[in-house]
Design a protein around this ligand. Structure first.
Ligand code: PLP
Length: 358
């Protein structure tokens, strides 16, 4: 069965060997204070910066998940007020976690086909942080690098925090244009769940120091203090960190991946646009995701196409949130091969809705 779910997603097939290697090398039992761990961690962080083109002066931290980053960011980088732009379920959940901590966390809801327009945003002198999802996995939209750069130019003061959970390690990201970037490894990294990365600019680090928030086990200051030694202040997912290092070592530079993934995305959208029974959920091509393609049709048909795909050995990603029954999603993640991406397109082209066969 090939899974096209956008997370947990297909893992790179090499992970099977890496798991065995980890066991044989004793990685599963090493102390997170040992030189062996520090070596793995140092190498993993260096590879992540190299392969993903993260600026040298940014700091890479380990967390458990993107959800943890939703909490760490408002907890450790905001005193009172932040602005959260979103069009879907993941962006909204990030806003909710911020709002639990600060009444001054404000939502700014975008339509699915709408790109954020800096001139329209209610940013004022009290806005300490602007949050957005670069790739909104629930509806297959993205905020393009140019728009992130526009936001940075329009609002140089607030920190810019970007959820890149379902795009990091798939497409090239403009790290220098924002202060905080985060992801989990079960999406484009092609790894099993249980590890996240949180990447901070020097400005974000300075903000954490200025706020000096250290009441939580995952206070940014505590994570920052330990990562200077390539360590964490709790026992981390050592296996996950090891696997991340191995996958990064095998990965081409992100600029190369970017070209490949975007070419496949263009094909996928062209295929879906030509289907008589469905269409891309996102009509505005300028905000369509490259890594998660959401396909819309009536809900009876969605259920049938998923069932027929499953019978043919393909697990289409279910719809999510508002779009649960009226869409399915196809992950265009790097661990899926070109053959697998072609195969799902061939299936969609030859699929005949059940009502029309009788
Ligand atoms: C999957 C996802 C998350 C949540 O990731 P967890 O690892 O479950 O915390 C957050 N944001 C986006 C955009 C996602 O796709």
């Amino acid at each position: 069965m090939i899974t096209y779910f956008p997370g947990p997603a297909k893992v790179y097939p090499q992970v099977r060997q890496y798991l065995t290697d980890a066991y044989d090398a004793g990685v599963l039992s090493i102390s997170h204070r040992s030189d062996a761990f520090v070596d793995i961690s140092r190498r993993t962080i260096a590879l992540l910066k190299e392969k993903l083109a993260v600026p040298a002066d940014y700091t890479v931290l380990y967390v458990s998940s993107a959800t943890e980053s939703w909490e760490i960011i408002p907890q450790s980088l905001v005193r009172a007020q932040s602005l959260h732009l979103y069009s879907g379920a993941f962006g909204e959940r990030g806003f909710q976690y911020a709002h639990y901590l600060h009444e001054g966390a404000l939502p700014y809801v975008l339509a699915v086909d709408e790109a954020p327009d800096p001139a329209a945003l209610p940013v004022d002198a009290h806005t300490e942080l602007i949050a957005l999802a670069q790739n909104e996995t629930s509806n297959g939209t993205q905020v393009r690098p140019e728009v992130i750069a526009q936001l940075r130019r329009a609002f140089p003061e607030p920190l810019l925090a970007v959820d890149a959970t379902s795009s990091m390690a798939g497409i090239a990201l403009p790290f220098a244009e924002a202060d905080v970037w985060y992801a989990s490894v079960q999406k484009c990294f092609g790894l099993p769940a249980g590890l996240g990365v949180l990447i901070c600019s020097p400005r974000a680090v300075a903000r954490a120091q200025a706020l000096h928030e250290q009441r939580h086990y995952n206070s940014l200051l505590k994570l920052l203090a330990q990562i200077e030694k390539y360590q964490t202040n709790y026992t981390p997912n050592v296996l996950g960190i090891y696997l991340l290092g191995r996958v990064l070592a095998q990965m081409p530079p992100v600029a190369e991946l970017d070209v490949h993934i975007k070419a496949r995305a263009a094909q996928l959208y062209a295929t879906v646009e030509a289907l008589p029974y469905a269409q891309p959920l996102v009509r505005n091509a300028a905000v369509r995701s490259d890594t998660v393609v959401a396909v819309e049709a009536d809900s009876a048909l969605i259920a049938d196409v998923k069932a027929q795909a499953k019978a043919a050995g393909m697990l289409l990603g279910s719809g999510y949130g508002t779009w649960k029954t009226t869409t399915f999603r196809i992950a265009n993640f790097p661990a899926l091969t070109d053959d697998e991406i072609n195969r799902v397109q061939a299936f969609l082209r030859q699929y005949v809705p059940v009502a029309q066969t009788s």
